[in-house]
Design a protein around this ligand. Structure first.
Ligand SMILES: Nc1ncnc2c1ncn2[C@@H]1O[C@H](COP(=O)(O)OP(=O)(O)OP(=O)(O)O)[C@@H](O)[C@H]1O
Ligand code: NI
Length: 248
């Protein structure tokens, strides 16, 4: 088992837009170990994408946070450091994959530029690992379907060979066979040593693949349950059982 590539310690995030204010994450502790897939589950609006944002330094400007975020054991204290980390150590697939790209250039041009910068693997390998169909690679991001651009964003996140890979709904908008393949490929990434945190509503298809190591459940901004797949499946907690039944 690997050491932690990312940790949240007592992370509380409060959002205040002027018109609306709420605590969206409350005293969250989370560890993402190297070489493992940690899966974050929970109802829509419970704070999963906010946790992803906290772990990748992409919280909205209206958010104020307290607590600590550590990447490879070092607390991250400013945006300059986050920009540096996101350019290599930390890979992010946002829930809306199109936001991973600039609108002004084709996906292919942007993937080739990432390859030029990082010189790890190849564009073709990253596309294959992301199940991204390269026949659409010369299209602009907004000319892709939702499922295509999500996989393009995964290819982009893989190109720097990140130590931490954070994926928010990597299998949204794709059919079952493709979903299984994407989860298996994420398993392969973890097997090379990366720490993977995946947010998903695709619980049943994910559990079918048997790839997750650890499950974490969120409810109203808090982590309310944690364990291995076997532990969670054996839990008598009616809320957990309901979530495992109805999500997906
Ligand atoms: N950019 C933002 N600015 C202000 N508040 C936001 C922003 N994004 C999300 N929120 C709020 O933060 C809370 C948590 O949202 P979040 O996006 O983390 O939910 P989620 O669990 O990812 O849901 P889903 O499964 O629907 O993606 C919600 O109350 C939401 O309204
Ligand atoms: Ni979300």
């Amino acid at each position: 088992m690997g050491g932690p590539v990312a940790e949240l310690r007592g992370l509380t995030v409060h959002v205040d837009t002027g018109r609306w204010s709420e605590t969206v994450l409350e005293a969250v502790d989370l560890v993402v170990p190297a070489g493992q897939i940690t899966v974050l589950l929970g109802e829509s609006g419970c704070g999963k994408s906010m946790l992803v944002a906290a772990l990748t330094g992409t919280l909205p400007e209206s958010a104020q946070s307290t607590g600590e975020v550590r990447i490879t054991s070092t607390p991250v204290l400013d945006q300059r450091r986050w920009r540096h980390l996101r350019a290599g150590t930390v890979g992010l697939v946002p829930q809306d994959g199109v936001t991973a790209f600039s609108a002004d250039d084709t996906v292919g041009a942007q993937l080739r530029e990432l390859h030029r910068l990082h010189q790890a693997g190849s564009v073709d390998e990253a596309c294959a690992a992301a199940c991204y169909p390269t026949d659409v690679i010369e299209l602009f991001p907004h000319q892709h379907s939702a499922g295509q651009v999500q996989r393009a964003a995964l290819a982009a996140a893989l190109l720097p060979a990140p130590e931490l890979l954070v994926v928010d709904e990597p299998t949204a908008s794709v059919e079952t066979s493709l979903s299984h393949q994407i989860w298996r490929n994420l398993r392969a990434q973890a097997d090379t040593g990366a720490g993977v945190l995946a947010v998903t509503q695709d619980v049943h298809r994910l559990l079918d693949t048997g790839v997750p190591d650890r499950l974490r459940f969120m409810r109203e901004g808090r982590i309310t349950a944690a364990g291995t797949v076997a532990e969670v499946s054996a839990s008598a907690d009616p809320y957990l059982q309901g979530l495992l039944r109805h999500v997906g």
